[in-house]
Design a binder for this molecule. Sequence first.
Ligand SMILES: Cc1cc2nc3c(=O)[nH]c(=O)nc-3n(C[C@H](O)[C@H](O)[C@H](O)COP(=O)(O)O)c2cc1C
Ligand code: SF4
Length: 404
Amino acid sequence: MREVRRLLPPLDIISAPTSMQRLKDRGFSRAMERVLGMDPRDIIAEVKASGIKGRGGAAFPTGFKWESVYEAPGGNRYVVMNADESELGTFKDRALLEYDPLGPLVGMLIAAHAVGAKKAYCYIRGEYRPIERQMVNALQTLADCGWVGPHAVEVEVRRGAGAYIAGEETALLNSIEGKRAEPRVKPPFPTSKGLWGDPTLIQNVETLANVTLLFAHDVEWFRQCGSPQTPGTKLVSLSGHVKNPGVYEVPFGFPMADIIADPELGGGITGSGRLRAILLGGAAGTFLSPDQISATVLDYGSLGTFDASIGSGAIMVFDDSVDLSWVLRKLAHFFADESCGQCVPCRIGTRRIVEMLAQGGLYSRVQDLRDLAQAMRDASICGLGQTAPTALLSILDRPNWQGA
Ligand SMILES: Cc1cc2nc3c(=O)[nH]c(=O)nc-3n(C[C@H](O)[C@H](O)[C@H](O)COP(=O)(O)O)c2cc1C
Ligand code: SF4
């Protein structure tokens, strides 16, 4: 078996996912008890030493973010678990919250203790109703332990309403405050001015699950897996022309080609049986060709040589019957629909891309597309507009690539 199961529970575990027994079986109660006896500065130092990076897409070092919130001046502090998970082809947070919800929730409480927050929010994708129920049951177990409630950390579950942009951290904050889910201009960053102007820590579900594992063990254990630059494991959401689609946990540094081909992971290409490309990181991700896939491992440095990044860990596989221009047109429509419309480069730019692809095809106005992409990257307020042309550019940069 090439998959590692750290974040995902072992296959032979029989305790119910939200039960007190599961807390014990997985070492999560040990993690919480250890943290409650620690000074916040020591907790943050341990997170920094672990090398955990955010798993929501931007891979920002988690310990440094915690330190910023801890040191920021202000009265109240908040922690938010980002479970909006609307990136295309991404369904790994859902798997975590379904099979082991206590892991990320304990991570959220650890974070609250470290930064001095008395209130936390779980912002969950609106369509994830059964998962939300699972989360509420898990929170009740944590309340029974005395870790959630008025004398510990109060936790509120908030449901998203179906907008991709609501997963962007500042749009999410506006949504929690009862406003439209439109991104805020940064700086100031949420670490200094987040919910109601107070310092706020926002972390992805998978990031928080890693935190719990760290404190259930120690830094040395945590760093045993993965690469020196990026310790730990990554959940990948594998979909498309692959025999075994699903969520898999692999260590950083794992060969990309093996994720797709290994019989115990993706199991190989279906459809025509010949690989054309993968789209790595979701709608705002990068297309990689078979030769690039063979030459890289799942790590930021290795993927950076192809201007690619792991993003949320979505891997969409396309066989060679797929016309990538068609995929690009679909992506362009997605961004034009999901742009919140607040700033011109994104509101107009995403629509212009749709028109240009519809009118002349991909290679008819290459320079115009490049200029537009540059303007969107430079002048859009948030990551949606800045990264909307990324997949497109990854194909434009290789004009001889068959199928586009
Ligand atoms: C358009 C857009 C959508 C996003 N959606 C999500 C999401 O669904 N879940 C998530 O964790 N992060 C999402 N992010 C990233 C968040 O803004 C933020 O960086 C992340 O929640 C921070 O957590 P991390 O440091 O643990 O990765 C999105 C970003 C953008 C620009
Ligand atoms: S970049 Fe797009 S999604 Fe982001 S604020 Fe501007 S219009 Fe809205």
